[in-house]
Design a protein around this ligand. Structure first.
Ligand code: HEM
Length: 266
């Protein structure tokens, strides 16, 4: 199964150009959903106004090389390791899901655009990347969904309570899981049986929900979070501190209550 390019099997009844068109439509949906979200929330406008205001409070004028160095360090550390999530399980689950998704999407695009015609021979590297990525996403996303979600972890809600905010994580896990099952059933060579077709339909539907639901889901955080991290670190480096006061020069005294339980309330 892990060496199976599922899009090659699909090419016997769906033309590669149709699969490629589907990927392009998904990319367009992400761009449109993010733009609508930006217009609706006015978050980018706020972000730039805030950055302009903070610039006036800058204590140092950063040179281009200093700015580049701050940006590169932010990409290598804050963004690539999602340092915002601290050191625990939350970060481990997120890294699994994030890198899993990146591998799964890259594998999908390469196999659909380069190796989906019936005559093509797929190097085994790409199906492996695709299956490993999907598995990592299912594990990371499932871990987050069942155990780490704020509603479940901090607010004692049951894991099966679903709200609109869960759209992103559920659609993400559903697209990887249905993709994996579809590939597995295909690799069993069931000929004209219906099973793999059902999972193909579920795979298509979950992708439509994931990419078509950007406006309603948390999808766009993957663009906003890196931008915010870069701005925060630039504001730290030029001394403007995003218009916030410097940390107090006083001992940290939170009282004994802080020792009673691990902080996990949001
Ligand atoms: C392919 C890229 C990414 C994927 C697939 C992804 C996936 C996810 C998922 C599934 C969640 C849980 C959403 C929920 O609350 O229901 C999440 C939350 C989060 N993500 Fe990402 N993410 C990506 C990129 C990033 C990046 C680049 C950053 C930061 C630089 C980031 C920071 C966060 C943070 C801070 C949370 C909140 C976590 C929490 O509530 O514990 N993500 N992400």
């Amino acid at each position: 199964m892990i060496y199976n390019n599922p899009f090659l099997g699909l090419s016997s009844f769906i033309a590669p150009v149709a699969m490629q068109g589907f990927v392009i439509v998904m990319i367009v949906l992400v761009v449109l959903g993010t733009l609508l979200d930006i217009i609706h929330k006015k978050n980018v406008k706020y972000f730039f106004n805030n950055a302009k205001k903070a610039k006036k409070n800058a204590k140092i004028e950063l040179t281009t090389s200093q700015r580049t160095s701050v940006i590169l360090k932010t990409v290598a550390y804050d963004i690539a390791t999602t340092s915002e999530l601290g050191k625990g399980k939350r970060r481990a689950a997120h890294l699994l899901g994030m890198y899993g998704t990146i591998l799964f999407w890259i594998g999908s695009v390469i196999m659909i655009f380069c190796y989906s015609s019936p005559s093509s021979d797929t190097p085994s590297f790409w199906p492996i990347i695709w299956h490993v990525g999907a598995l990592m996403t299912v594990i990371g996303g499932g871990w987050f969904w069942f155990f780490l979600r704020v509603d479940v972890y901090s607010e004692a809600q049951p894991w099966y309570r679903i709200i609109k905010a869960d759209l992103f994580v559920l659609a993400l896990v559903a697209s990887s899981l249905t993709g994996l099952i579809w590939s597995y059933l295909q690799s069993l060579n069931l000929n004209d049986r219906w099973d793999d077709k059902v999972f193909l339909v579920l795979f298509i539907v979950s992708n439509l929900v994931l990419f078509g639901g950007v406006y309603w889901s948390k999808f766009a955080h993957m663009f906003y979070k890196p931008g915010a991290a870069i701005q925060k670190n630039l504001a730290e480096a030029d001394g403007s501190r995003d218009n916030l006061p410097p940390p107090a020069d006083a001992p940290k005294q939170f009282g004994l209550g802080i020792k009673r339980e691990e902080p996990k309330h949001y």
